[in-house]
Write a protein that binds this ligand. Structure first.
Ligand SMILES: *[C@@H]1O[C@H](CO)[C@@H](O)[C@H](O)[C@H]1NC(C)=O
Ligand SMILES: *[C@@H]1O[C@H](CO)[C@@H](O)[C@H](O)[C@H]1NC(C)=O
Ligand SMILES: [Cu+2]
Length: 255
């Protein structure tokens, strides 16, 4: 290993430790079926030359997106700081329809309570060149909010499950390339808008199988969530009623 390379890696590690002291979080690893893929590490990847090849689109850091009108809310870009939301990653991971995708989050703060939601968007052609922009292409495949005993998907259940969250790829989903958009909405400051913190992550996948199901209605990011969408404003400290998970209903046609 060239010494310059070592130095860059060491610097990245200490920087990562410094920044993670005020940690929020991001998806650090994804398992498709039984194959593990490393996540995009915003505190290391940019310091490598050449950068590691990923199936996960890059993110600017472990922080959230709070302005729901920005393209940043799609894949956690940073449109004002040079890391533009949704820039494609070079690789695609393969997963069979019906198989499980496991998202492995960095240590999630207990204070960051909220739902975990997952969407898909079908790429019109090569997903490694596709940027959906604000087109309505997304459909929801999984969601989990607050259960009857008051436990949240994030943080309680995620922490109990060692940071892992499982989503099943719809069994009859039509084969092809997709972006899977997985997010946590943290509600610890969501008693008014702005306040909700969106932590999205976009992973490029190739779905295999003989299914032929596709939904017929779609939402856009930005667009699906606004300051008046149910569940975007919610007081986690005082509100004991059912939590309405934001966005469309889960598409069940592929199962
Ligand atoms: C999550 O990913 C990290 C980094 O690759 C790994 O060290 C850790 O063991 C994984 N967690 C689980 C529960 O598999
Ligand atoms: C509690 O949350 C529900 C669902 O968002 C909302 O309709 C209700 O107004 C909230 N209650 C209070 C007291 O804010
Ligand atoms: Cu945070």
């Amino acid at each position: 290993m060239p010494s310059l390379f070592k130095l860059a890696a060491a610097t990245a590690t200490s920087l990562a430790l410094a920044l993670q002291a005020s940690a929020h979080g991001y998806v650090q690893e994804v398992t498709l079926g039984s194959t593990k893929y490393g996540g995009y590490n915003p505190y290391a990847d940019p310091y490598y030359n050449p950068p590691p090849q990923r199936i996960i689109r890059k993110i600017p850091g472990n922080g959230p997106v709070e302005d729901l009108s920005l393209i940043d809310v799609q894949c956690n870009g940073w449109s004002s700081g040079g890391v533009v939301g949704s820039a494609p990653a070079p690789l695609v991971g393969t997963v069979a329809a019906g198989a499980t995708v496991t998202f492995n989050w960095t240590e999630w703060p207990d204070s960051h309570k909220g739902p975990i939601i997952t969407y898909l968007a079908r790429a019109p052609s090569d997903v490694t060149k596709w940027n959906p922009g604000s087109s309505a292409v997304w459909f929801k495949i999984d969601q989990s909010g607050k259960d009857a005993s008051g436990k949240w998907a994030a943080a309680e259940k995620l922490v109990t499950n060692k940071g892992l969250y499982n989503v099943k790829v719809p069994a009859n989903l039509k084969a092809g390339q997709y972006i899977i958009r997985h997010e946590i909405l943290a509600l610890h400051a969501a008693w008014a808008y702005p306040g909700v913190q969106v932590y999205p992550s976009c992973i490029q996948i190739e779905v295999t199988g003989s299914g032929n199901a596709l939904p017929t209605s779609f939402v856009s990011f930005p667009g699906a969530y606004t300051g008046t969408t149910p569940g975007i404003v919610y007081d986690v400290y005082t509100n004991t009623s059912t939590y309405p998970i934001p966005g469309p209903a889960v598409w069940t046609g592929g199962n």
